[in-house]
Design a protein around this ligand. Structure first.
Ligand code: ASP
Length: 354
C-alpha cells in the first residue's frame, strides 16, 4: 500500500464491490528512458554538465510517468518522455542530432505498440522537429512500417507536420564533434596507408570503421507499461557522427533498436547500430523472455553483456516486462537513463553506481 489516498481508494473499492479483488488502481505501471550509452567517463562530465543531464532525464521520465499515473496509454507516455529529450540539445535526437560526414542531420526514429503489434518508423529525415511523432503517424495513418528520406517528409506534410529548416538542428558542440571525428578519420587513414603501402584510398574507406570513433552518444528512447497492461517502446536518434552514404542504424529497425509485445516485453536500444541490427538485439531479448521464460533482467543481461560483448558490439538497452520490472544493462562506461515505477520517485543514473 503506497500512501493514505491509495489506501482509502482500496477500502472504498472493496466496500463497494464486496470483494478484495477489484481495485483498478492496483495495476502496476512503470517507465524507463535512456539518453544514450558510450564512453561517458566521470572525468568527461563537469558537475554542472552532470546536473544538466540528470535534470533533463528527470523531466523526461516524469513527463511519461504523469501520463501513466492518470491512466493514460503507454504509447502516449513514451512519446511525452522522448519529446522532452528530442527538444534538448543534450541528446543526439531532434535538436541535438549529430552531423553526417557532409555536415547535414539525418534522423531516424521508431515506435511500437505492444497491444496491436503495430509499428511505425522513419529514417534519414532532415526537417522533422520530433521524428518520434512522425513515426507514430506512420504507424497510425499509413499502411507501411518504415518511410525514408524525402518520401517520409512528403508523408509528413499530408499529416499536417510543419517542416523545419535544416539549420534548426545546428549546434556548436555537435559541429565540433564532427570536426574532431574528421581529424581522427584522416589520421586512421594515414596510419593504414603507412602500414600497407598498397592500400588505395577510396571514398568508402571500408577498412576504417569510423563508427568506432566515440561520437555516438545521446540516442534517446523510452519503454513503458500502462495500467491497462499495454507495453510500448520508442527510439529516436541522429545516428552516428560522420555517417555517410545514407547510413541507417538500428534505431528505426523494429526488432533491432525497438520492440514491444504485450505479455512479453518492450525494449529500446542505444549503441553501435550495425551490431544491434545483426544481432537483432531488442527482438532477441524479448524472445528469451517469451520462449525461455527468462526474467527481463537475465534476458537483457545475456544479450548485452554476453552475446554482444563476444561480438564486439557496444551499447545498452532499457527493457520492461509485463509486470513493470525494468532492466537497464549496458556494456559501455555509462548510459544516461532514468526509471520510475508506480508510487516511487524517479531513479536517475549515468554510471553503474550513480
Ligand atoms: N544506435 C544508434 C545508431 O547506430 C546510435 C546510438 O544509439 O547512439 O544509429
Amino acid at each position: 500500500m503506497k500512501n493514505k489516498s491509495t489506501l482509502l481508494a482500496f477500502i472504498l473499492a472493496t466496500a463497494a464491490s464486496g470483494t478484495t479483488s477489484v481495485w483498478a488502481d492496483d495495476k502496476p505501471f512503470s517507465i524507463a528512458i535512456h539518453g544514450g550509452a558510450g564512453t561517458i567517463t566521470k572525468a568527461k562530465l563537469t558537475p554542472e554538465q552532470q546536473q544538466s543531464y540528470r535534470d533533463k532525464l528527470t523531466e523526461a521520465v516524469n513527463a511519461g510517468y504523469k501520463v501513466l499515473e492518470k491512466g493514460g496509454d503507454s504509447l502516449v507516455a513514451i512519446q511525452a518522455a522522448i519529446n522532452v529529450m528530442e527538444n534538448s540539445p543534450l541528446f543526439n535526437a531532434g535538436v541535438g542530432a549529430v552531423y553526417t560526414y557532409d555536415g547535414a542531420h539525418e534522423m531516424d526514429a521508431s515506435i511500437m505498440d505492444g497491444k496491436t503489434m503495430n509499428a511505425g518508423a522513419v529514417s534519414g529525415v532532415k526537417h522533422i522537429k520530433n521524428p518520434i511523432k512522425l513515426a507514430d503517424a506512420v504507424m497510425n495513418n499509413s499502411p507501411h512500417v518504415m518511410l525514408s528520406g524525402a518520401g517520409a517528409e512528403e508523408f509528413a506534410l499530408t499529416q499536417g507536420f510543419t517542416l523545419v529548416p535544416a539549420n534548426h538542428f545546428d549546434t556548436e558542440s555537435r559541429y565540433k564533434q564532427l570536426q574532431d571525428a574528421k581529424v581522427k578519420l584522416r589520421k586512421a587513414e594515414f596510419e593504414l596507408k603507412a602500414k600497407s603501402p598498397d592500400y588505395q584510398a577510396s571514398n568508402t574507406a571500408p577498412q576504417i570503421d569510423y563508427l568506432d570513433l566515440d561520437y555516438k552518444f545521446g540516442t534517446v528512447g523510452a519503454v513503458a507499461l500502462d495500467k491497462k497492461g499495454n507495453l510500448a517502446a520508442g527510439t529516436s536518434t541522429g545516428g552516428m557522427t560522420a555517417k555517410r552514404f545514407g547510413r541507417i542504424g538500428d534505431s528505426p529497425v523494429i526488432g533491432a533498436g525497438t520492440y514491444a509485445e504485450n505479455g512479453v516485453c518492450a525494449v529500446s536500444a542505444t549503441g553501435h547500430g550495425e551490431y544491434f541490427i545483426r544481432y537483432h538485439v531488442a527482438g532477441d531479448i524479448c524472445a528469451r523472455v517469451k520462449y525461455q521464460h527468462k526474467s527481463i533482467i537475465q534476458a537483457a543481461d545475456e544479450v548485452i553483456n554476453q552475446r554482444l560483448i563476444t561480438a564486439g558490439g557496444t551499447g545498452g538497452v532499457i527493457a520492461i516486462d509485463q509486470r513493470g520490472n525494468i532492466a537497464t544493462p549496458f556494456n559501455t562506461e555509462g548510459m544516461y537513463r532514468a526509471t520510475r515505477k508506480n508510487g516511487e520517485p524517479a531513479d536517475v543514473m549515468i554510471w553503474r553506481d550513480m
